[in-house]
Design a protein around this ligand. Structure first.
Ligand code: ADP
Ligand code: 5GP
Length: 403
């Protein structure tokens, strides 16, 4: 199945076309990248049921290398195909799965992977899940504590529940009375969070008012996977980190009408001790200065009158009354059977499902277009599109698969 044959165990012999011979065991696939490296992808006997192994055979040294594997790994594949896209990435297509979970990219030499190779001092590969279609840019909302960020975000989510989703941050601070774990924050032990930061699971993190706060890559991805626009409520340091990351977002800074009013709101909320209020007010001074840093925020809104500020927020997000019912078409799920072959034409991948157990009317050939992909490890690779192809039209692309 796919470009490369399936292999099993790893007994090396010299004159195999790929420079290696593997004793067959089930569902491993080998892909050559450049002249020297062969990537073997699949579950081996030693690996547990929930991981997919990656091994690299370096032909220049005739040695196997086990790389550091980053990113969210695909669940074990009953069978898969794999094809080298270029010198940087391998496309892995899971068989017997649907298009919301069957396209995975194994990055072997992208900028992110090269950076991590230097950091870890080892071979590194990174998984990135492929997502059909694009979602709107996430919205980063920053501003000093007590300015009304949470209030504005709640209003937006209440009015447009199907359009927006909240990125649930991790924090080491204790929950407030009304706060639920997994809803307002993922309340976490510092040691656990520090380990996850080390393992590259966070898009950004910062020490804020004496605690650690951070946005996990997963927090943003789960919202966008549901077809919703993600809202991040993070401090200015976090906004700066996201600005420097690969994530494209809209950055909004919320200002109080005056410092006195900010203090009044913080006190009236009644969630912090006097000591914490003092700390937050001290930090607010620096945050207000940084909010005006050139090139950091795209929009600055003053939250004086709540309704007025909310109206302005909606306006800059392009939300009028009429958008309430607008629904973005969600790509229809395409089933890729276990038996399929793949071939590559520029940035397009032809997937031929040779033994379809689908309804007779269902197409059995698809074209996956990778020409507009965005993002990548350690997050998702977005912007894939899939088309049904009529075999009779000699590969002429049919209509895009949308519901
Ligand atoms: P943040 O999330 O930025 O820390 P909150 O949304 O919790 O701030 O708001 C802090 C307090 O200020 C809350 O009690 C909220 O009801 C109140 N508040 C928010 N916006 C306004 C406003 N425009 N005018 C008066 N009070 C406000
Ligand atoms: P609070 O303790 O009031 O919930 O939040 C304190 C500050 O932490 C707020 O300014 C909020 O925007 C910020 N914050 C919340 N989550 C994150 C996060 O994931 N990353 C960063 N950098 N800041 C966060």
């Amino acid at each position: 199945m796919g470009e490369a044959p399936a292999f099993f165990e790893d007994d090396l012999q010299g004159d195999f076309p790929n420079g290696l011979l593997l004793k067959s065991k089930g569902c491993e696939t080998a892909v050559n990248i450049g002249c020297n490296k062969t990537y073997v992808i699949g579950a081996t006997e030693k690996e547990s049921a929930c991981t997919i192994g990656v091994r690299i055979f370096d032909k220049s040294t005739s040695k196997w290398v086990i790389p550091t594997v980053l990113g969210t790994k695909p669940k074990p594949l009953g069978g898969h195909s794999a094809i080298a896209l270029d010198e940087d990435r391998i496309l892995v297509i899971k068989g017997n799965s649907t298009s919301d979970d069957c396209f995975w990219f194994l990055e072997v030499n992208t900028a992110f992977v090269r950076e991590q190779k230097t950091r870890f001092g080892t071979e590194v590969v990174a998984w990135s899940k492929g997502v059909i279609g694009e979602s709107e840019k996430p919205i980063v909302i920053s501003g000093p504590s007590g300015v009304g960020k949470g209030t504005l975000i709640s209003k937006l989510m209440e009015e447009f529940p199907s359009m927006f989703g909240f990125s649930v941050s991790h924090t080491t601070r204790a929950p407030r009375n009304n706060e639920q774990n997994g809803v307002h924050y993922h309340f976490t032990e510092r040691s656990v969070m520090e380990k996850d930061i080390k393992d590259e699971k966070f898009l950004e993190f910062a020490a804020v008012h004496g605690n650690l706060y951070g946005t996990s890559i997963e927090a943003v991805e789960v919202v966008t996977d549901r077809g919703k626009r993600c809202i991040l409520d993070i401090d200015v340091q976090g906004a700066r980190s996201v600005r420097a990351s690969a994530l494209e977002a809209v950055f909004i800074f919320i200002c109080p009408p005056s410092f006195e009013e900010l203090e009044k709101r913080l006190r009236s909320r009644g969630t912090e001790t006097e000591e914490q209020i003092q700390k937050r007010l001290r930090n607010a001074k620096a945050e207000l200065e940084q909010g005006n840093s050139p090139g950091l925020f795209d929009h600055i809104l003053v939250n004086d009158d709540l309704e007025k500020c909310y109206k302005n927020l909606k306006k800059l997000l392009g939300l009028g009354e009429c958008v309430k019912t607008t629904k973005i078409p969600v790509p229809k799920l395409v089933h890729i059977p276990l038996e399929h072959t793949v071939s590559k034409i520029d940035q397009k991948i032809l997937i031929n499902c040779t033994a379809p157990k689908q309804e007779k009317s269902a197409p059995n050939m698809f074209m996956l277009d990778l020409s507009s992909t965005k993002g990548g490890a350690p997050g998702r690779t977005r912007g894939l599109s899939i088309y049904a192809v009529e075999p009779s039209t000699n590969g002429v692309i049919g209509s895009e698969v949308l519901s």
